[in-house]
Design a protein around this ligand. Structure first.
Ligand code: BES
Ligand code: MN
Length: 457
């Protein structure tokens, strides 16, 4: 749609983009990682850098934390009389880089190649932060010509990638300050380059450690092998029971659902995943069911002697980290119980087993009806030059959406984001599609306008 108001926002976003890009690059240079074993100083710097950007928008800003928890940034400005308040969420912490040799360029030195900006957090989720800021700048926030028509709460979390251990408490403590009519969570993505999306379901997560012990200590593999099992073989046999021959999850009692009728062509899916030729897909049913509305189980790592140091000895104990994604409608506590029951029942050869929960998070489903969802659909369609947004699920997790839902049951929750199928969030060579990013920024500005006017454009 083209109206003077839309054209004005379009021009404003275009004008702001170079500055937004420069600020995004500054944020990417700060390696703020909330995991326990990482230096906490950069995370503090990152929170301050975000706070400075928000303060420049004329918002009332503070850094908030629970105890030693990660620093979150909260910025607020009240709504004009009668206007709604919109909470804008993103997170400023990033995933660790993994093996740096797998990156084509320094993960913390953003560089552009072929229209994409490479760097850890260039998309997930520092571009989410900058999309919010771009939208506010488009309304002249913090200048003499400030035209923002809604109230704003900017909430930028600092430990999302670490499972948000203190977020529930943080939300509860700041409940009054965070109260809003609409919540925009910019931490998901779009369906394809050129096709916008609203995310309406996410899986939950249950991560745990399973340890198998068979000997007091390692024993000579020649003297005892043949009659005494080793822990690594026992663990591998146990892990092998988690799927049936088709690769379908074999743990009983987990919720399974059906996803929206959206076609995800197998060839596209294989190529986006980077699956090697000849490697089969696992599970059954449509791709979207398998990744959005059915459970999955993956083994993320194993503690056992590294091959280069392994002596000729039977391994006494071994541990695996298991990650289970659970379907919308399932419950992390009951799903964990089902997994523990399965593991205890299937452990071979009487090996001793202990299971320890690492972290869990709720799945969620969003009913995308009502005026604010209509406002979003119209904004997306305009920003993508007439392409309607599709409703998608995602297989990943944003556990606190369920917390927002129960804390603010009246609020509409819009899950948006900057990611596209080639982003490689959490992987090596994460990147942001700069053309799509411009559309995300425009869409958010239009969304704020639509929310205020109630006349979607
Ligand atoms: N941005 C992701 C969530 C996501 C994943 C959205 C895939 C769209 C597609 C988020 O930062 C994330 O990675 N969450 C973690 C949650 C965990 C730490 C509790 C995840 O899914 O692993
Ligand atoms: Mn994220």
């Amino acid at each position: 749609m083209t109206t003077p108001a839309v054209d004005q926002l379009r021009a404003a976003i275009e004008r702001e983009l170079p500055g937004v890009r420069a600020d995004l690059e500054r944020l990417v240079r700060i390696p703020g990682i909330a995991f326990d074993d990482f230096d906490a100083a950069p995370l503090e710097r990152s929170a301050h850098a975000v706070a400075d950007l928000i303060r420049d928008l004329g918002l009332d800003v503070r850094i908030s934390r629970i105890g030693e928890g990660a620093p979150a940034v909260i910025g607020r400005r009240p709504a004009p009389p009668g206007a709604p308040t919109v909470l804008l969420y993103a997170h400023h912490d990033v995933q660790p880089t993994g093996d740096p040799s797998l990156w084509a360029s320094d993960p913390f030195e953003p560089v552009e190649r072929d229209g994409r900006l490479y760097g850890r957090g260039s998309a997930d989720d520092k571009a989410g932060i900058m999309a919010h800021i771009a939208a506010l700048r488009a309304f002249g926030c913090g200048t003499a010509d400030d035209r923002l028509p809604v109230g704003i709460v900017l909430f930028i979390e600092g430990e999302e990638e670490f499972g948000s251990p203190t977020l529930s408490e943080l939300l509860a403590e700041n409940r009054d300050d965070l109260a809003s009519d609409v919540i925009v969570i910019a931490d998901s993505g779009n369906w394809d380059i050129g096709v916008p999306a609203l995310t309406t379901s996410l899986r939950g997560i249950v991560n745990c450690f399973v340890t198998v012990q068979v000997l007091e200590s390692a024993a000579h593999s020649g003297m005892f092998g043949g009659a005494v099992p080793d822990a690594l073989t026992a663990l591998c046999r146990l892990l092998a029971t988690l799927h049936d021959a088709d690769g379908e999850v074999a743990v009983e009692g987990l919720v399974r659902g059906e996803a929206a009728p959206l076609d995800y062509p197998v060839e596209r899916f294989r190529s986006e995943a980077g699956l090697l030729d000849g490697v089969e897909l696992i599970g059954t049913g449509r791709i979207v069911d398998r990744i959005w509305t059915k459970p999955s189980i993956s083994v993320l790592g194993i503690d056992a002697p590294p091959t280069s140091e392994a002596p000729n000895a039977l391994v006494a104990g071994a541990r695996a980290k298991i990650s289970m994604r659970i379907a919308p409608g399932d419950d992390p506590a009951s799903a964990y119980q089902m997994l523990v029951t399965h593991l205890e029942k299937h452990v071979p050869w009487g090996a001793q087993i202990t299971v320890r929960l690492e972290a869990n998070g709720n799945p969620c489903v969003i009913d995308a009806t009502g005026r604010y969802f209509d406002a979003a659909r119209a904004a997306f369609k305009t920003a993508w030059d007439g392409t309607d947004p599709v409703e998608i699920g995602v297989g990943g997790s944003i556990p606190f959406i369920a917390t927002f839902q129960s804390l603010f049951p009246q609020a509409s929750i819009l899950v948006t984001g900057v990611e596209d199928p080639h982003t490689k969030a959490h992987g090596a060579n994460e990147s942001l599609h700069l053309g799509e990013f411009a559309r995300v920024c425009l869409a958010e500005a239009l969304l704020l306008r639509n929310i205020a006017t109630g006349e979607p454009a």
